[in-house]
Design a protein around this ligand. Structure first.
Ligand code: ADP
Length: 520
């Protein structure tokens, strides 16, 4: 039955329309026949074009294509507007997909209401559409981040377990080896290597964390590119040799100077080289090149390995991104090496890019760094470490080791004693002060987080003792952030080392005189 609207009826809907104009969501109205008689600005934006008013071809919801969330098309007679008019009741917000003329799809929550006059006669209906596309995107981004976090934790536990298994086996072997010096030496080397893997893993994680929070400090000075390359090659050599890769290196004959942190730049190149070794089948070829181009040097690491699908190239430098997911392809790794590379390169005002012609076609990574024109004045070097030393001191020192972990304290004490030092141990801050008073050590190696009295307070009290001027106080802790370093310096420590301590670094410090206290 055809119904025509009286001017009174039209007023009824128009009053609504004035309100709908102001709504921050899409809204439109239909007459009782489903002909569109009004839509607001937001509806126009949502649809992407204006439907024809009072036109049969655009009944109920325009000629826009609608879909359920699973992609099934929704007939126009079945849209919320049509249902609200047909059944004269409200249809509330489930999710619908609206396709715009050029094909873009928007997700909306639709909410259709019939409108009646005072006598209960149907005047038409209002449909309010809330565009939730952006919400859904951020929701999906959150879900993706959550999925990546779960995957990261799984990979992390796997990666930490990897070195733990041989370490535990090694301990058993040492227990049963009797006096077999060859087995003991072989096991010791293996344990050292595995421990190294574990420390590198944790260091990488901490570095990345510092970079993302802008807390990584670089020790920049004028350095030679050849030193960076040599150091990177030394570090990457075992990985390359293990897989019988062939490494070719081509660098310009003239010296190239950079202003940067040698260790960190070597870490960048080393990460790229070990990745190439990891993602190239045995016997592959890895080529490292340096080319001077104007005011910058381009360092390329090229391999003929498994390559990277083009679609994955843009996200390869993101944290925790692993492209090759099958166990055979992934090898080991947390998916943070390249994120670290990018962070460190950008901190040197450089760029890094990845190229690959696709799976099986090898990969090329290019790092571009600014060069400095002359060698400039080199900054003072940190105290040199003697790589041949193994805590075997020429001088016998009196050392107090303080740690609430008995195993940590006792094993370090044992090591220092084997190095010819006289060592005492204490297991909390209070004991540390008592032991320091009676033992009068030359050096105190002290943990920071301890019961009864923490290392910082113990250090402060020890520094207040009249004889403590010459004592070398070294903090030995799991906390290595800049803030932790500042606090331990303020408490009177001369140095701050993170656990596990590198024996060479410790030996170098033990042999050094107490540095002058920093002012302020
Ligand atoms: P991972 O610890 O997984 O090696 P990275 O951040 O170093 O993490 O690398 C991220 C991902 O990029 C790797 O998982 C791998 O899929 C891919 N990739 C990195 N380098 C190469 C390469 N030389 N050849 C092929 N794929 C690579």
């Amino acid at each position: 039955m055809e119904e025509t609207m009286s001017s009174h009826d039209a007023d009824g809907l128009q009053r609504w329309e004035r309100l709908l104009d102001k709504l921050p969501v899409a809204a439109y109205t239909c007459d009782p026949d489903g002909l569109i008689i009004y839509f607001n600005e937001h509806a126009l934006r949502l649809w992407g074009r204006a439907p024809k008013l009072r036109d049969v071809s655009e009944r109920f919801c325009g000629s826009f294509r609608l879909f359920a969330t699973d992609g099934t098309p929704i007939g126009h007679d079945e849209c919320w507007m049509a249902l609200a008019l047909r059944h004269r009741k409200e249809y509330l917000g489930s999710e619908v997909i609206v396709q715009q003329p050029e094909g873009a799809r928007r997700a909306v929550l639709a909410h259709a209401n019939p409108v009646f006059d005072d006598d209960g006669k149907l005047l038409g209906a209002i449909n309010i559409l809330v565009d939730i596309t952006d919400h859904k995107r951020s929701d999906e981004a959150l879900k993706e981040a959550d999925r990546r976090k779960d995957e990261f934790l799984a990979v992390l536990s796997h990666e930490l377990r990897n070195p733990l298994a041989p370490l535990r086996n090694g301990l058993q072997v040492l227990r049963r080896a009797g006096g077999n010096a060859a087995i003991i030496e072989q096991t010791r080397e293996m344990m050292d290597r595995q421990l190294g893997h574990m420390i590198r893993l944790i260091d990488d994680l901490l570095d990345l964390n510092r970079i993302t929070r802008n807390r990584l400090e670089l020790r920049k000075q004028t350095i030679q590119l050849s030193d960076v390359i040599q150091s990177a090659m030394e570090a990457a050599r075992p990985a390359i040799d293990d897989t019988a890769q062939q490494l070719t290196v081509s660098v310009p004959a003239e010296p190239i100077h950079l202003y940067g942190d040698l260790t960190r730049l070597a870490q960048v190149l080393c990460n790229l080289l070990t990745n190439s070794a990891k993602y190239t089948p045995p016997g592959g070829i890895i080529a490292l090149r340096a080319d001077l181009r104007g005011s910058e040097v381009a360092l390329t690491v090229k391999d003929n390995g498994i390559g990277i699908p083009p679609a994955d190239l843009p996200r390869i430098f993101e944290m925790f991104s692993k492209v090759h997911r099958t166990m055979e392809q992934t090898g080991s790794g947390l998916g943070i090496g390249l994120a670290l590379v990018r962070g460190l390169v950008e901190m040197h005002a450089g760029t890094v890019q990845a190229q690959s012609d696709g799976p099986g076609k090898g990969s090329v990574f290019t790092v571009r760094l600014p060069v400095v024109s002359s060698a400039g004045t080199a900054m003072p070097q940190p105290a040199a470490t003697d790589s041949a030393s193994s805590l075997k001191s020429a001088v016998r020192r009196r050392i107090l080791v303080v740690d609430d972990s008995w195993d940590a304290a006792n094993s370090l004490a044992m090591l220092l004693e084997l190095g010819g030092n006289e060592v005492r141990t204490a297991y909390d801050g209070v004991e540390a002060i008592e032991a320091a008073e009676s033992f009068r050590p030359d050096v105190i190696l002290m943990d920071v987080g301890m019961p009864k009295l923490n290392g910082l307070d113990a250090a402060r009290r020890i520094r207040n003792l009249p004889w403590s001027d010459k004592v070398l106080l070294i903090a030995l802790t799991g906390w290595g952030q800049d803030e932790n370093r500042r606090r331990s310096r303020a408490a009177g420590f001369d140095y701050h080392l993170t656990k596990p301590v590198n024996p060479q670094e410790l030996e170098a410090l033990l042999g050094s005189p107490r540095p002058l206290p920093v002012q302020g």
